[in-house]
Design a protein around this ligand. Structure first.
Ligand SMILES: NC(=O)c1ccc[n+]([C@@H]2O[C@H](COP(=O)([O-])OP(=O)(O)OC[C@H]3O[C@@H](n4cnc5c(N)ncnc54)[C@H](OP(=O)(O)O)[C@@H]3O)[C@@H](O)[C@H]2O)c1
Length: 385
């Protein structure tokens, strides 16, 4: 149901919800004009009549041509209208965005399903964080219901003032706070910000699916390993060495000349060793690092929610002057320069992202089930188009 952004829109949203419809938020371009009340009324009547036969209603700003009857182009997207289990994700046709002058439109080929997506879909945060989380992300469901944070694809259209990319460029990146990567198209501003995300040319040697693991894991691994300021010969321990970021953190620390100990469970020991770890500790079998070893950097690459006796002991094994860094400390920097660095390291053969599983977009529910138990190997990707 297209309407202008105004109090009327809020009323329409409230009414639609009260009638049991799932309401999708604004998906159209921001540059659209508002509709006068008379046109709105005229527009609503037939659309409401049609919408009653379905279960989803879309409330969005709309371009003028919609009033004149020209069909808005659509795309396929996975939409999360309400917080909850993976089954709350539905694949739908939604309006397709078109780029503003400073944007490029990316035809997305693959998206990552990440720990961050699980967090947003489920709103599973501590009681203390529920209110701030919902104020920021949306009260009953994500304010931007097409979720997904990481993507890889091809530039499909370039805005008049955009200069960094050309049609046909293969790119990868993160969407920023407005999410939207679980879709066939996503418009991206060319400059970096927490709101608008970051975008760079994708590693040439990777598939789009692998590139999503490189984007998410690479941004995390490089940012947090660099906090340790490590150098040749330093002892580094990567706790959670089998996840998307951990697998890349092991390789990156090795490339800086460090001697790396990876921590994972028994089923991932061979994987972590194959990534170049000098030592591997199984957190399900070992309670403490080897006596006397002190680490210049202990990197917790699984975050605060996952722990073990070994993790607690690793914290005490930091060398004087060394650092304990958690991947949950501070915000992930959405940096296209770092994405470019990741791409260079991948194409040079220094980093090789691990992709544990790939799903079709239509099977997004299974992809979320596979990630939410917290035991995936490397990254999980969804192929789109
Ligand atoms: N700072 C930020 O702004 C920011 C942004 C995004 C993400 N993050 C954080 O980054 C984290 C990393 O995500 P990721 O995708 O790289 O990894 P992940 O999916 O969280 O990690 C998966 C791996 O963790 C291992 N694991 C599970 N429980 C463990 C435990 N108790 N001890 C050790 N390993 C354990 C699993 O191996 P086994 O099956 O062998 O147990 C699995 O291979 C997220 O969870 C989030 O906390 C932070």
């Amino acid at each position: 149901m297209p309407v202008g952004k105004s109090a009327l829109q809020a009323i329409a949203v409230a009414w639609a919800r009260s009638q049991g419809y799932t309401v999708l938020g604004a998906c159209g371009s921001e540059s659209e004009s508002r509709l006068p009340f008379a046109s709105l009324h005229q527009l609503l009547r037939p659309v409401l009549a049609r919408a009653r036969s379905g279960s989803v209603m879309m409330i969005t700003s709309v371009p003028r041509e919609a009033v004149s009857g020209v069909a808005t182009p659509t795309m396929k997207a996975a939409v999360c209208a309400r917080y909850g289990p993976p089954e709350n994700l539905r694949v739908r046709e939604v309006p397709r965005p078109s780029p503003k002058p400073d944007e490029v439109c990316v035809r997305i080929r693959a998206s990552a399903v990440t720990a961050s997506d699980i967090f947003i879909r489920s709103a599973r945060v501590t009681a203390r964080l529920q209110v701030p989380f919902r104020l920021m992300m949306g009260l009953l469901g994500p304010r931007h219901p097409i979720i997904g944070f990481v993507f890889s694809g091809v530039v499909d259209e370039v805005g008049a003032a955009a200069t960094r990319f050309r049609v046909g460029d293969e790119v990868y990146g993160c969407t920023g706070f407005r999410l939207g990567a679980y879709a066939e198209y996503r418009c991206m501003v060319e400059s970096d910000s927490r709101l608008h995300g970051c975008l760079a040319l994708k590693p040439r040697t990777l598939s789009h699916e692998q590139a999503t693991a490189a984007a998410y894991g690479g941004l995390l691994a490089l940012q947090y390993v660099d906090k340790g300021a490590i150098g040749p010969g330093d002892e580094v321990l990567v706790y959670g060495a089998s996840g998307t970021s951990g697998t890349l953190a092991v390789q990156y620390a090795r490339s800086l000349g460090a001697r790396v100990t990876g921590v994972c469970s028994a089923k991932n020991v061979d994987l972590v060793r194959s990534l170049g770890a000098d030592e591997v500790l199984d957190y399900t079998a070992v309670d403490a690092p080897p006596a006397g070893v002190r680490y210049a950097l202990v990197l917790d690459s699984v975050g605060g929610l996952k722990s073990s006796r070994l993790k607690v002991a690793c914290r005490r094994a930091v060398a004087p002057g060394g650092r304990y860094v958690s991947i949950d400390d501070g915000d992930l920097e959405l940096s296209s320069r770092r994405l470019e660095q990741v791409a260079r390291l991948v194409d040079a053969g220094t980093l090789s992202p691990v992709l544990g599983a790939t799903f079709a977009l239509d099977d997004i529910v299974s992809a979320h089930r596979a990630v939410q138990d917290g035991h995936k190997r490397g990254g999980v990707a969804v192929t789109i188009g």
